[in-house]
Design a protein around this ligand. Sequence first.
Ligand code: AHR
Length: 494
Amino acid sequence: AANDVTVTLLPSKESPIIEKEIYGQFAEHLGTCIYGGLWVGPESSIPNTNGYRNDVINALKELHIPVLRWPGGCFADEYHWMDGIGPKENRPRMVNSNWGGTVEDNSFGTHDFFDLCEMLGCEPYLSGNVGSGTVEELAKWVEYITAEDGPMATLRKKNGREKPWHLKYLGVGNESWGCGGNFTPEYYADVYRRYQTYCRNFNGNKLYKIASGASDYDYNWTEVLMKNAGHHMDGISLHYYTVLGWSGSKGSATQFNEEDYYWTLGKCLEVGDVVKRHCDIMDKYDPKKRVGLLVDEWGTWFDEEPGTVPGHLYQQNTLRDAMVAALSLNTFHTFTDRVKMTNIAQIANVLQSMVLTKDAQMVLTPTYYVFKMYVPHQDAKLIPLSVATPQIAARDGRKVPVVSATASTKDGKTTLSLVNTDLQNESKITIDLAGISAKKVSGEILTATSMNDYNDFGQPEKVTLKPFKNGWQVKDGKLTVTLPAKSIVTLSLQ
Ligand code: AHR
């Protein structure tokens, strides 16, 4: 039977803007994210522009990526930026101990990353080395990138870049409680204070300094950091993965049953409770909400695809991942007063990717299409709403709402995104528009025949965006729309 759901839009003049940085991405030196995924080098037979893959860059441009985090992740705390500048043939090699012991030749470095950001039109977000690097090294990286004059600027100019770059986002360490140094929160808070002191604002460049924050349910980390170092930061991070657990199998990305599907969605939605609890702690120390919470790693984490390189975290991406993306973004929208950025992990070939590549081939994932569909929400004004929906019971006592919704407005257009999580039944949704005009309505839908469907190399796309026609009716200020089972729809109202 069809589900009956009502959504009430509650437009308010005071409601916040959905910062475009909520749609941020993350690229780590991990597996084939950088090498092979984004960058193949100018000598490659794969069509490229100065070494960047044309197919991947063109696809990513469609997502209007606002910010890209690099070079890690765990890799960041072993990365020595000076190894990645100057003539490529002279660059030292290193072992990427976090990620499969692959040898890193440092051929993709600072200049290459900033060029990539320029191509994508996004802000760079650097993750600095605190775990195994020095204060001097981090201070000099900032100087190299942003100073107009001085020894580091001279070195940069010698390496072919005359003008300084603009750098806003600087992370001071990554997962400092774990791969980034195994610090206690008290010790890291002091180290953070020290490192950030020497990251200077050169020539009008203003850094937004981000402390390495908690993972999941580690509320004590946020508490100690806010208490001991809150005044020295602009942002603090949070990592939350939709994962079965950190030991043993994480389950297959493609072979799963209905029970697994609903469990995954329930776990993903728990990010709302987790973010809320970290925000409550931040409110105690920073009631004016000066410090942003940046969920700078999130997404699904399953077992690596059979036959792929261990430690490279290469996973496929099904309609279930698309659901996780949409539900997570809908949730982040409700925290825009505190959550100033999020970065899905990762942009290519790692975990919940936008694109997957195999030699010269590329596929766009179901997650890619959610990000594409949600572009109109970037920098739009949130329209708060309430949803009256049945819930589906999932394993571990979790509950998944049948329908999740989010809405925003920008340039006289209202964008309404609706998710029907129910695998069997369509949902009839009645939306109280609260006076919002819906004279012209158009829509797009993402769905598939099966919840396990994914896009694979050399095959027609099974999960792709399609126009959504005829599924709605507007009468007496109410919009009624019927969403097929397991579908995501975005409507544009004017
Ligand atoms: O995204 C993969 C890894 O997950 C990152 O390197 C690390 O920060 C996190 O544990």
